[in-house]
Design a protein around this ligand. Structure first.
Ligand code: F0G
Length: 457
């Protein structure tokens, strides 16, 4: 059961089917353009969408809004230092700000960043700094149906070969995304982190964590890695941070706040250079683009997020929804992670070719049938067509992500999602695809407009 009770509630919008139909047409079938009040269950993201605790709100009320040296900063600093052990902590307004500051300080054209999988803003910030973002996911990650517990791992052989090979001298850093959002939300084992850390030390390459979901990763380690069965998630998290030279953190996930982030670093010279860029572009080093209350709420959230009862329930809710989805006849990336389920839309809708976007088709059906908003992670996101709409490149998988906001929806909300999917799956062959009407040159899934393509009989 949920290890909390509900003190403040917010009504859920309940548009009718006709209103949803009209809304979809109005936004030209781009779910990002819906107004949130047109959405009944919003599973677009788990980022900044969590519910604050009473203790977090109280901490926020005690926030000190001094421009520099506020009490809030010191409370935040102490909480992050205790958790991570890094010598230098810089607040930033969210994860991608931390990425931009670190990468534009550390990278230059021609350099390479290796990762288990770069999240999309992480990749974009590496590329904006002129460097190359190269993913080295482990082999198990390629089999979506395999229940292997640590499919978020980096491929250690490929990592060792790259570091020792002709590109080795160009590798500027190695990033481990925990959990691996771009790879189905799968966790990384401590063994994989340790071996990566050792390889990085051997080759003198800095090793960083993209720690957005560090607590969820730690929980899955205590469940599935024998050597860590008797540790607390907090102990696992502390050890993980100490295997790396620093981290970037989007606090909108595992600090359960609406806005916030930070950079942790051990290298004093790098910290000084990052701090100057932070001051020029985010804010002074003791607030980093945030209010004092945000820093206090982050500090409190970081202590709540590793509570075993909280993590156990979060994993259980994800497993509960996974069960409903499988029972509906829809496959997911196995095993279910914690922050999201990734539906295999390509398999559910084989009659829709990738360039007619089966993932997007399923996402639109989820909205139409149940008022549920999700995110396509398929060929609308990663593919490419020529001017006539013929396929040039398609995504490796056609997926839809159902992200689970923290402490927001209960099991009956998720049962509604399961029931809606079951209704769609029964008539899967009547679901139609889409074609793009207009698109932007980059990040097209955010701004594209689309039109339905009728099912061929
Ligand atoms: N790293 C990871 C692994 C993320 O999942 C995200 C954001 C970021 C960095 C960037 O952080 O949003 O605070 O700037 N992920 C969100 C998502 C947007 O929906 O998965 P941010």
């Amino acid at each position: 059961m949920e290890p909390y009770r509900i003190k403040v509630v917010e009504p859920i919008p309940q548009p009718t089917r006709q209103q949803r139909e009209e809304a979809l047409k109005r936004v030209h079938y781009n779910l990002f353009d819906l107004r949130a009040e047109e959405v009944t269950i919003d599973l677009l993201t788990d980022s900044g969408t969590g519910a604050l605790s009473a203790a977090q709100l109280a901490a926020g009320m005690a926030g000190d809004e001094s421009y520099s040296g506020s009490r809030s900063f010191y409370r935040f600093h102490e909480a992050v230092t205790e958790l991570t052990g890094y010598a230098h902590i810089l607040p930033a307004h969210q994860g991608r700000a931390a990425e931009r500051i670190l990468f534009s300080t550390l990278l230059e054209p021609g350099r390479i960043v290796l990762a288990n999988t770069h999240f999309d803003t992480t990749r974009a910030n590496v590329e904006l700094a002129g460097a190359e973002a190269r993913d080295l996911p482990c082999a198990e990650a390629r089999n979506l149906d395999s229940p292997a517990p640590f499919k978020g791992n980096i491929d250690l052989d490929a990592l060792a070969a790259t570091l020792a090979g002709p590109d080795g001298s160009r590798v500027a850093m190695v990033v481990m995304t925990i959990t691996n959002n771009g790879g189905g939300g799968q966790p990384v084992s401590m063994d994989n982190l340790k071996r990566t850390s050792a390889l990085c030390r051997r080759y003198g390459v800095p090793f960083f964590l993209d720690a957005a979901r560090f607590a969820e990763n730690a929980w899955l380690v205590t469940r599935h890695e024998a050597a860590y069965r008797d540790r607390t998630p907090r102990q696992v998290a502390e050890e993980a941070f100490r295997l790396a030279d620093g981290c970037m953190m989007s606090a909108k996930k595992d600090a359960i706040v609406h806005i916030g982030g930070f950079i942790g670093l051990n290298d004093p010279e790098l910290a000084q250079r990052c701090e100057l860029l932070l001051i020029a572009t985010e804010g002074f080093a003791t607030y980093g683009g945030l209010a004092g209350r945000d820093l206090d709420m982050m500090a409190q959230g970081l202590t709540e997020v590793t509570e075993p009862a909280y993590l156990a329930e979060r994993a259980d809710v994800a497993a509960h929804l996974a069960q409903r989805v499988r029972a509906a006849g829809v496959d997911i990336i196995e095993p279910p992670g914690m922050h999201a389920l990734y539906l295999n839309a390509g398999r559910l809708l084989p009659h829709i070719p990738p360039h007619h976007f089966p993932g997007h088709a399923l996402a639109c059906q989820l909205y139409l049938e149940g008022g549920i908003r999700s995110a396509e992670l398929g060929s609308l996101y990663l593919g490419e067509e020529d001017e006539q709409g013929n396929p040039v490149k398609s995504a490796p998988y056609e997926l839809v992500r159902l992200a689970l906001p923290r402490r927001v929806y209960t099991r009956s909300h998720y049962d509604h999602v399961g029931d809606t999917l079951a209704r769609i799956a029964k008539r899967a062959d009547s679901v139609h695809g889409f074609r793009i009407v207009e698109q932007s040159p980059i990040l097209r899934h955010f701004r594209a407009t689309l039109a339905p393509v009728p099912v061929e009989s």
